[in-house]
Design a protein around this ligand. Structure first.
Ligand code: HEM
Length: 454
């Protein structure tokens, strides 16, 4: 006989758990509940019931065992739908299956080989700007540096944009869109208020849509004129997948949604991961030195090493994974049950919102001794068996399609930058995380002073 999931503490009449969840970052408040009262709890807001769990068995059940019964909770992504449309991140059912098959091709090894060169070009460009900062002794904002760099990489991989085109167009359009979407998570009414941020948002969205649409139409015409042209970027792959269909408004919108999804999902998360990793490395010079030694061995001279050699950047990979475990750029994922279900002896009714608390799982002392300590060694050699206790990219059919892309890109970025520069933390850097924005970046800026090494 299954039981009802236990109610979380701090429940108030009328308000439910809302008061508690608004006094701190929501994911941090839930983490405390789960740590103190058990791995699976129930809470209420505005009459709706939510289940939150950091139990690896529950996570496995929802993401793999009975994954078909757990749909994406689109409502929780509402403020981001303009940026994602019906792309791979938000779709479900047959549309999702088809999109996933098309895009999975863009992330296969042969495409990732190309990514290494794209990343190097972006690092070369950032290095020029860092060298200028070094000469002036200026503090560099690491968040801005990595946001621009990761945008350049995904813009070239997705659309063959040059770094100059990317710098001219994308930060200007994306920065106001992402900032406003994050504010609307907490104050949805902003979408209807006559405030300057709303008009700026509408203008940027219109311009982004027009820009992408013009590039898509031009590429479609080019492919029509040169049948059999090889697919060189994600846009080509998307167009190949629809070339036997009629070119309609709906087809063009779907291709555009897919590109917007890639541009958005492909830069903010990777940039937050890089920011936290560099921050942690500045606090652990012994780890930074080890990462640099490996970089010096593999990146020799101006050429790019063979793809196989890049696999030896496993210490850089371990640093990135450990930063994802500690700082949790995606702390929670949301699902909704389609039919009644059971897990961990609990009854789960249809229509229930289920939150998988990745952050609590990643910081559970039973899974990770001394969870606060930055120890990349946890991710080396035998200790790599992390399957259901380390899930920053999830696991199962809806796992992140870009995870190898993100890790390869970030390993190259960190290795080349630490090889070329010394880093000293700027004033006021702290571990404090942003309370609202997802992906979760630092609450303030992470600043760095750089000195050119080679
Ligand atoms: C550190 C970097 C990244 C992290 C931590 C991350 C994390 C995640 C997570 C947690 C999900 C599942 C979301 C959910 O189901 O609710 C996801 C899905 C996804 N990610 Fe990533 N991601 C990263 C980088 C990337 C990159 C570089 C790309 C593209 C180039 C990308 C594209 C996607 C897409 C398209 C999905 C949806 C997959 C599907 O539902 O089939 N991500 N990511």
């Amino acid at each position: 006989m299954s039981r009802e999931v236990p109610l979380a503490p701090q429940h108030l009449p009328v308000l439910g758990h809302a008061a508690r969840l608004l006094t701190a970052a929501t994911w941090d408040a839930m983490e405390v509940w789960l740590r103190e009262h058990g791995p699976t709890l129930r809470f209420k807001i505005s009459g709706a019931t939510y289940i939150v769990s950091a139990d690896p068995e529950v996570v496995r059940h929802v993401l793999l065992g009975n994954a078909d019964n757990y749909a994406k909770d689109i409502r929780s992504m509402a403020p981001f739908l303009d940026l994602l449309g019906d792309g791979l991140l938000t779709s479900d059912g047959p549309l999702w299956r088809r999109q996933r098959a098309t895009l999975a091709r863009a992330f296969r090894i042969d495409s990732l080989r190309n990514l290494a060169d794209v990343t190097r070009r972006a690092v070369d460009r950032s290095s020029e700007s860092l060298t200028e900062h070094a000469q002036r002794g200026a503090v560099v904002d690491v968040g801005t540096l990595f946001r621009r760099l990761t945008l350049q990489v995904i813009a070239e991989a997705a659309l063959s944009m040059t770094p100059e085109e990317s710098d001219d167009v994308l930060p200007r359009l994306y920065e106001p869109l992402v900032a406003e979407a994050n504010r609307r998570v907490w104050l949805p009414a902003r979408a209807h208020l006559p405030i300057p941020a709303r008009f700026q948002y509408d203008r940027s969205l219109r311009e982004l849509n027009l820009y992408l649409r013009a590039r898509i139409d031009a590429r479609w015409r080019q492919r029509q004129a040169e049948p059999g042209r090889p697919a060189l970027d994600m846009l080509d792959m998307l167009l190949v997948s629809v070339e036997h269909e009629l070119w309609t408004e709906d087809t063009a919108t779907l291709v555009s949604d897919e590109l917007k999804t890639m541009l958005f999902a492909g830069h903010e998360t990777t940039s937050a991961m890089l920011t936290w990793t560099l921050h942690a490395l500045m606090r652990h010079p012994e780890c930074l030195a080890r990462l640099r030694d490996a970089a010096d061995e593999i990146f020799v001279g101006a050429g790019m090493p063979e793809y196989e050699a890049l696999k030896r950047l496993d210490y850089a990979g371990a640093c990135l994974k450990e930063a994802l475990r500690i700082y949790n750029v995606v702390p929670i994922v949301n699902r909704k049950t389609l039919a009644d279900d059971h897990f961990a002896d609990y009854h789960v009714p249809a229509g229930c919102f289920v939150m998988l608390h990745l952050q609590a799982l990643h910081r559970d002392p039973q899974q990770w001794p001394e969870p606060e300590a930055f120890r990349p060694e946890r991710f080396l050699g035998e200790s790599q068996a992390q399957a259901w206790r380390w899930l920053p990219f999830l696991n199962g059919p809806r796992s992140c399609v870009g995870q190898h892309f993100a890790l390869l890109e970030a390993k190259i970025v960190l290795s080349l930058l630490t090889q070329r520069f010394d880093f000293t933390p700027g004033p006021g850097n702290s571990d404090a995380r942003h309370r609202f924005n997802v992906p979760v970046g630092p609450a303030g800026k992470i600043g760095v002073r750089v000195h050119r090494r080679v």
